[in-house]
Design a protein around this ligand. Structure first.
Ligand SMILES: *Cc1c(COP(=O)(O)O)cnc(C)c1O
Ligand SMILES: [Zn+2]
Length: 567
């Protein structure tokens, strides 16, 4: 394809300094502020800052603009959603990556590099892979495998760094300078790609909206949508721009706070389940502020509970399962219905729910595994567990008191747990009751325990070593065993295993300790993954005492393994 633009200049936003793409594609070389592309002439067709353009290779159709019929009725407004999760990698960022990667090739970069924890990495990797340019993705050590799986399948070079996202970002910038590398991210050429949103919205008949709701992280998407509208207006394609609404989670809101102060804020601590918008240093803040001022826009924050509620409501009412960031628009709308009543509103649903199933898992009780027995299934359905599971979502969870109809045997097991916990002088919170009930429901009642722990003692040694002495009952015989470990959990498991491995050898592949409340006497849930050759078992224990929960989980795991192993 030939000419894609009427000529353009790269200028900084703060001082209008002229820059050259050969020298910088990120910040102004004179004042460090962000850059913007200015075309020589407005045109009816979208312009890109590229010498030539390859037609979008991965996307097959515009993302849908969908009327939200049920929500419109419920809330008495004209509500629409732009399904940006329909992009090839499940996120709107593909609009920007498509252009950024081509720019990198035009500048003859040897590779692309970027720092990211998720969607940006997946998206840039996909286009870099298609356009056959190597891609280096810097991710924090804690990034889960699931999050980088998409980048890996597209052959990105994954560099895991000790530390958090800012450590990755700083290092990646240095890396970019160490060779002829293009630094991708929330910068000017991404904005040029992401502005296509507004052109598409106009084609689809949505540019006459009264309000457009955008979840905000760095503000790049918001800035890009505004840029698209400015261009459409300059070209005479629209008379006015919809009022833009910027939304952030209350727990990560430097942009919204900055809008009220009219200056950029950097927040050290950001902590929200909406990970895609958790940006402590919002690079495009001034573009957001400009967009709010130019369009008489609005800015809101929403709470974590409101995010959960709206996430669920969008899935249940309209059928769209998104990641938590996409719940921000509906949550902000619901909090301010008087402002939006009767108005045409477009919510931008930025990313797919399957990118973050962890949030759902974390806020739902897990389903117990039942024996293949119809009576057990019917008892389970009648027990109330499923209703409890549904109510355990979001806000309702705090106020919900479980009232299960357990069968006799489970009831007895549950009472045993509660009485041993009460003996420790602890009363259970509602949340802890639910978790414990879920644990009991998962329990096989016909287990025989080959080993019981009768008593144990720990001694701390120099250099952090811990010495454990454990008294066991192994099939009726009392045995005492000892071991050292790097911590109490390690010491006690090593001591127990020294004896039980003679009964049935088990390797502790993984242990997770979940503390259920901020209180010092919180119930602790321990999950052990145990293996023997290629067989694997998972078992859980719960107690206010971590070690006791570990011992419970291990002896239970041993019972399950000896019962179910295939030799
Ligand atoms: C990146 C991202 C955002 C935030 O976009 P910014 O351009 O950083 O403001 C919102 N939602 C999803 C799903 C994202 O991946
Ligand atoms: Zn400048």
């Amino acid at each position: 394809m030939k000419s894609t633009n009427t000529g353009y200049e790269l200028r900084c936003v703060a001082n209008n300094h002229l820059n050259s793409a050969k020298e910088t594609t990120t910040y102004c070389t004179q004042c460090d502020s962000v850059l913007r592309v200015h075309y020589n002439e407005p045109t009816e067709l979208i312009q890109y800052p590229l010498d030539s353009l390859v037609p979008e290779p991965l996307k097959t159709k515009p993302s849908a603009l969908k009327k939200l019929d049920r929500l419109s009725k419920t809330y008495n407004a004209d509500l629409w959603a732009k399904l940006e999760f329909e992009h090839p990698t499940g996120c709107f960022k593909d609009r920007g990556s498509y252009i950024e990667v081509q720019k990198a090739r035009e500048l003859d970069a040897d590779a692309i590099c970027l720092a990211s924890t998720g969607n940006m990495a997946a998206s840039v990797a996909a286009y870099a892979c298609y356009f056959k340019i190597p891609c280096f993705v810097f991710v924090p050590e804690k990034t889960t495998d699931a999050k980088i799986a998409q980048a890996s399948i597209y052959d990105a070079n994954i560099i895991r760094i000790k530390g958090d996202f800012s450590a990755c970002e700083a290092l990646c910038r240095k890396f970019a300078k160490s060779g002829n590398y293009y630094l991708a991210g929330d910068y000017v050429f991404r904005e040029e790609g992401q502005k296509s949103f507004s052109y598409e919205l106009l084609e689809q008949g949505g540019a006459d909206a009264d309000f457009i709701f955008v979840p905000i992280g760095c503000g790049t998407n918001f800035g890009a949508i505004c840029k698209g509208f400015y261009e459409l207006k300059a070209a005479g394609k629209i008379d006015s721009i919809p009022r833009m609404v910027a939304i952030q989670p209350e727990q990560s809101s430097p942009v919204v706070e900055g809008i009220f102060k009219k200056e950029k804020i950097i927040k050290k601590q950001v902590n929200t389940m909406a990970q895609s918008v958790a940006a402590s240093d919002p690079v495009d803040f001034y573009k957001v502020l400009e967009g709010i001022e130019n369009t008489d826009g609005l800015a809101y924050t929403v709470t974590e509970d409101e995010i959960l509620d709206s996430l669920k409501e969008m899935a249940v009412e309209e059928g769209h399962f998104t990641e938590p960031a996409c719940a921000l628009p509906l949550a902000a709308f619901k909090n301010n219905q008087e402002v939006f009543e009767g108005k045409k509103c477009v919510f931008i649903l930025t990313g797919a729910g399957l990118k973050d199933t962890g949030v759902v898992a974390k806020h739902s009780l897990s389903s117990p595994v039942l024996s293949p027995d119809l009576n057990k299934v019917i008892n389970y359905i009648n027990s109330g567990f499923i209703e409890m599971q549904k109510k355990s979502w979001g806000k309702s969870r705090d106020t919900f008191m479980a009232n299960l109809k357990m069968d006799e045997d489970h009831k007895k097991l549950y009472d045993d747990y509660v009485s041993s916990i009460n003996k420790k002088g602890k009363t259970l919170s509602n949340n802890e009751i639910e978790v414990l009930q879920s644990l009991v429901f998962n329990e096989d009642l016909d287990l025989e325990y080959p080993v019981e722990v009768l008593d144990y003692k720990l001694t701390m040694r120099k250099h952090g070593l811990v010495h454990a002495t454990v008294k066991l009952d192994i099939e009726g015989n009392e045995v005492t065993t000892e071991a050292k470990g790097v911590g109490p959990i390690d010491a006690i498991l090593t001591a127990i295993k020294a004896e039980t491995d003679n009964v049935f050898p088990l390797h502790v592949k993984n242990h997770e300790v979940e503390i259920l409340s901020p209180d010092t006497d919180s119930l602790v849930m321990v999950t052990l993954t145990l293996t023997n050759q290629d067989q694997e078992w998972v078992s859980k224990g719960a107690s206010p005492d971590t070690l006791e929960a570990v011992i419970q989980a291990f002896t239970k795991g041993l019972a399950i393994a000896t019962k179910t192993s295939v030799v």
